[in-house]
Design a protein around this ligand. Structure first.
Ligand code: A2P
Length: 343
């Protein structure tokens, strides 16, 4: 595996919700950078972005030459990753890809920093950043799995609109303003459809029990990611995961309610102790309930409502909440870049 001390870095998708967060986290963490390049679509090419490393002109990804780049952080959508990440990797770039394009490929490690760091050493040019919901959940499930062996889990997500990118945030803002004109209509049922490009039903003042697109057996691609990525990250194919992914009118911050069962059952007190000493996790007790907006803008994943299951006994139920743009995407990508630097 190639290592670097002060790399030449590129952010691909630099104008997007995750890309701009990547830029601010690189600045905040004083990431050692020899040079920084920013890439997006031809629509943004030529625009100048002011950064800690000076003004940088956005390049068109389609025509950008990857030579000389050491690490590229990709977050420009799966189609762009599929098309350009292999080209970058062939040019000797270590690609950290935030899309789902390569996550399940056997020769691509899928890494939650702080949970399965060692997996990164096997990369052959591309490292995948897990899905934002899986990431927040595994920050809690990972340490518990290490201690007790996770065997099954029921997980329901409450995913913010920024998971759909900037367009999701714009749609929520517009629909919220539309409904705010006559809030009583939402109670009487006389509301008019605010229209929207992204979601099947209005997202403002509502919840959508279908996040992503339906694929196999009536489950969405987001739900399958929770199943498959959990198994790959925890390196245990027989973990049973029962997922439901819900979109909620939150700008930033994904919440996940999960019940988990283990080979060696743990008490709520022990689970709380394990979580409290896990890196990147803050345990909040019931006097301070962790919600998605509490997690927006911070690095740690918040975990609360830790309790022993009462229906199917012997398990632990909890609620985890994480900033989907930070730990769920940009921060983890940069932590992976830091792992490449360290190793
Ligand atoms: P652009 O702003 O030029 O469209 P988000 O997920 O927040 O919508 O952001 C998507 C990111 O992916 C943006 O930076 C966007 O750039 C970039 N992107 C979208 N389409 C392309 C493309 N065809 N080529 C390169 N970058 C793209």
């Amino acid at each position: 595996m190639k290592t670097f001390s002060k790399p030449h870095v590129a952010v691909v998708g630099a104008t997007g919700a995750v890309g701009t967060t990547m830029l601010s986290i690189l600045e905040e963490r004083d990431f050692p950078i020899a040079s920084l390049r920013l890439m997006a679509s031809e629509r943004s090419a030529g625009r100048i972005v002011e950064t800690k490393w000076g003004p940088i002109v956005i390049e068109d990804l389609a025509t950008a030459d990857p030579s000389g780049i050491d690490i590229a952080l990709f977050s420009a959508g799966g189609a762009r990753s599929k098309q350009y990440a292999p080209k970058f990797a062939d040019a000797g770039v270590a690609v950290i890809d935030n899309s789902s394009a390569f996550r399940m490929d056997d020769d691509v490690p899928l890494v939650v920093a702080g949970v399965n760091d060692a997996a990164i050493t096997s990369h052959k040019g591309i490292v995948a950043n897990p899905n934002c919901t899986t990431m927040a959940l595994l920050m809690a499930a990972g340490p518990l799995h290490d201690a007790a062996g996770l065997k099954s889990m029921i997980a329901t997500s409450y995913q913010s609109v920024s998971g759909s990118g900037k367009t999701g945030m714009d749609e929520l803002e517009r629909q919220t303003e539309f409904f705010a004109e006559d809030l009583s209509a939402l109670a009487s049922g006389d509301w008019e459809d605010p229209g929207g490009d992204l979601y099947q039903r209005p997202i403002a003042f509502n919840v959508l029990p279908l996040a992503g697109s339906i694929t196999d057996q009536g489950y969405t691609d987001e739900e399958w990611k929770l199943v498959n990525e959990t198994r790959k990250i925890l390196d245990r194919q027989d973990i049973a995961v029962e997922p439901t992914c819900v979109r909620v009118p939150v700008m930033v911050g994904h919440g996940i309610a999960a019940s988990m069962w283990f080979d060696d059952p743990v008490s709520a007190d022990v689970a709380t102790e394990i979580l409290a000493s896990a890196p990147g996790v803050q345990v909040w007790d019931d006097s301070k309930v962790p919600t998605p907006i509490d997690s927006a803008g911070i690095d740690d994943v918040l975990v609360g409502r830790v309790r022993e299951t009462i229906g199917f006994r012997g398990g632990i139920s909890l609620f985890a909440s994480g900033d989907n743009l930070r730990k769920g995407a940009a921060l983890n990508a940069i932590e992976l870049a830091e792992l490449l630097l360290e190793r």
